[in-house]
Design a protein around this ligand. Structure first.
Ligand SMILES: [Zn+2]
Length: 354
């Protein structure tokens, strides 16, 4: 009993010392100055989000705009981004001297050898652009660019579901199938920045042609794009015809229709989704057997639309992965939602500038 009391009073004293130290640090800051902040930008195929990570670990001043319009405002992507950032900083009221740098997520691979953004079919203005090198001198701040799902992994690792977990994979199923890895507590981009391209591992040799040029990639069997192949057998002829003739509908709209049909009880749509998530489970089994992560975070629009997919993936991995790698494996959903990439982008700056 005495020992417990003595431990408690020791902890109490430590608490008081830490509290006083925190107050001293707070008031040591000269009046009129701001703590250092980092800005995160997440450029998606349709929308671009921007926010600031402040010294207390909170994300503030969130803003979202259409990507295509933002990137073409000044005729080219670099000058348009500079304008977008300048407007944001003045609108949010941040002092320029307090900004440590800018992290940017893009829906593409970043070639770490040439520093160019490669394969960015949805945003042609960014394709083959050495964005870091071109934007940094124009805004006079450090700029770091990284693949969007890599930054989601970094965000979830630093602030979300993956806090305190050293080895994790983020698997995102949207229009495509993306992945990001944290290994040994660090983002793993690979030798050339092209690691974790799980969507382009091969599932079916000589199968469906993928946008990467290969045939039979997992992305063509478990993603929004993949569901468009199932749509003709699920939606009625007239609905298919109407959707295909309207250019404003992309593959995403067809995938959404398949999910809607499954929710309404259509057995073919249910079968297509179950098969898609079974194949995703096989892809994750391969990942688990190769890398042995503690946690797989499964997110993205298709998972959000069809949460039953999480159960299919868990069951598949539990019956196909090696037991030593799966017994303590956690497969779960993300915590940070659409802000994960922004947290990751801002965190990337903190890591690169420390
Ligand atoms: Zn591919």
């Amino acid at each position: 009993m005495d020992e417990t009391r003595s431990k408690r009073s020791w902890l109490g004293r430590l608490g008081v010392v830490l509290y006083r130290r925190a107050l001293i640090i707070l008031f040591e800051r000269p009046p009129g100055t701001q703590a250092m902040i980092t800005i995160g930008i997440d450029i998606g195929a349709t929308k671009t989000a921007i926010a600031t990570l402040e010294a207390d670990g909170a994300l503030r001043a969130f803003r979202k705009v259409p990507s295509a319009k933002m990137l073409s405002e000044k005729g080219n992507a670099v000058d348009s981004l500079r304008l977008f950032i300048d407007d944001y900083v003045s609108m949010a009221g941040y002092e320029r001297e307090s900004i440590r740098g800018i992290g940017i997520g893009v829906p593409a691979v970043l070639d770490s050898y040439t520093q160019e953004i490669v394969s960015c079919p949805n945003l042609p203005g960014l394709d083959r652009l050495p964005l870091e090198a071109m934007l940094s001198p124009k805004i006079d701040l450090p700029v770091f660019v990284e693949n969007d799902v890599n930054l989601i992994a970094l965000g979830e690792h630093s602030f979300g579901r993956g806090r305190g977990i050293n080895d994790l994979a983020c698997v995102y199923v949207g229009s495509g199938l993306g992945c990001g890895l944290i290994l040994n507590g660090q983002l793993y981009p690979g030798a050339d920045g092209a690691a974790a391209e799980l969507g382009h591992a091969i599932y079916e040799p000589n199968g469906r042609l993928c946008s990467c040029g290969a045939r039979g990639c997992y992305e063509m069997y478990c993603s929004g794009k993949a569901l468009t192949f199932d749509a003709p057998g699920i939606l009625g002829d007239s609905e298919m015809k109407a959707m295909l003739s309207d250019e404003s509908y992309g593959p995403w709209a067809l995938a959404e229709k398949v999910i809607e049909a499954a929710k309404a009880g259509n057995p073919n749509a249910n079968g297509a989704l179950t098969k898609s998530f079974f194949i995703l489970g096989l892809a994750i089994t391969n990942l688990v057997n190769i890398l042995n992560p503690r946690l797989v975070i499964l997110g993205g629009g298709i998972v959000g639309g069809w949460p039953e997919g999480l159960r299919t993936v868990r069951e598949t991995v539990n019956t196909t992965a090696r037991s030593v790698a799966r017994d303590r494996l956690i497969i779960d959903t993300p915590q940070l939602g659409e802000t994960a990439g922004l947290y990751g982008a801002a965190r990337l700056v903190e890591i690169k500038t420390r």
